[in-house]
Design a binder for this molecule. Sequence first.
Ligand code: GFB
Length: 324
Amino acid sequence: MDAHSKVYIAGHRGLVGSAIYRKLKAEGYQNIITRTSRELDLRNQEAVASFFTQEKPEYVFLAAAKVGGILANNTYPADFIYDNLMIQCNIINQSYLNGVKKLLFLGSSCIYPKFAPQPMREEYLLTGELAPTNEPYAIAKIAGIKMCQSYNRQYNTNFIAVMPTNLYGPGDNFDLETSHVLPALIRKFHEAKVNKRSYVELWGTGTPRREFLFVDDLADACLFLMKTYNNSDIINIGTGEDLTIAELAALVGKVTGYEGEIRWDHTKPDGTPQKLLDVTKLNALGWKARTGLEDGIRRTYGWYITNTFEKTSDSPNSSPRKEF
Ligand code: GFB
């Protein structure tokens, strides 16, 4: 793949897809194809077939997905499994039928069992039960992995599947019902500071451990793997470091300048007790995450302020998040 290659980014308006788009543009790629969900409904088999027949992309980043935090996953399980399965089936199959040279599929760290040993190695896939809160989403992502592997085996395609850890960054979803924890904390603390509230309510117990990767680092890893990795085995993308949600809250409090009390709402789910990826395989190939967590939170907070309060239209985001 080089700057002249015809590259399709599915989901270019989402958190991940927009970061991949920025990265490719910065690297001088001149032939990037995109479609908004209005222009092309990726769940529609015929529409996707005619798009691929017309455009004939050489490389595909499959970053289109319905994504959301723990509550959105729990509240809209049918949407999460249906939309993701349809998007993947259509794009992966059409990539095969139209001779795509290489496809990169974005999975998720929630494909691993709820009680997998930590850090989670790639071979732990399908060794135990999934977390019930996001099982439909995880099953869809596992199906995507198996599709890539099956097409490679039967049709000799070059479809790779990468498993990012929890992501955050510019372009994130800050809707409090549907977002992931990090953008939710930024918004809750910022609003509490501005409105001089004495406390902020966070979900669960604060004890679960999570790993967070800045989305521009993920985009860098995706381009790196698109250029260098040609293997059906899945590969983790993370920082290799985690912290508790309570520790994360302290860090987001520091960055946003919120100094009030934190109360924990125990009626909300904790989810998986720990999610930390083993990134030995990726590091051995020569890639490491660069952005420190505090730095990444600062950059995300800056984006949030600019895009929420300094623009009149196009404010972030609504329910549950579509990246297609
Ligand atoms: O980021 P999050 O929604 O999803 O929640 P998961 C992580 C942890 O933060 C949970 C706690 O223990 C939440 O209870 N938390 C505390 C909060 N306060 C808040 C808050 O205000 N909002 C949110 N959202 N959480 C997701 C999966 O799991 O991970 C997805 O649901 C996906 O499928 C994603 O795989 C990467 O990390 O638990």
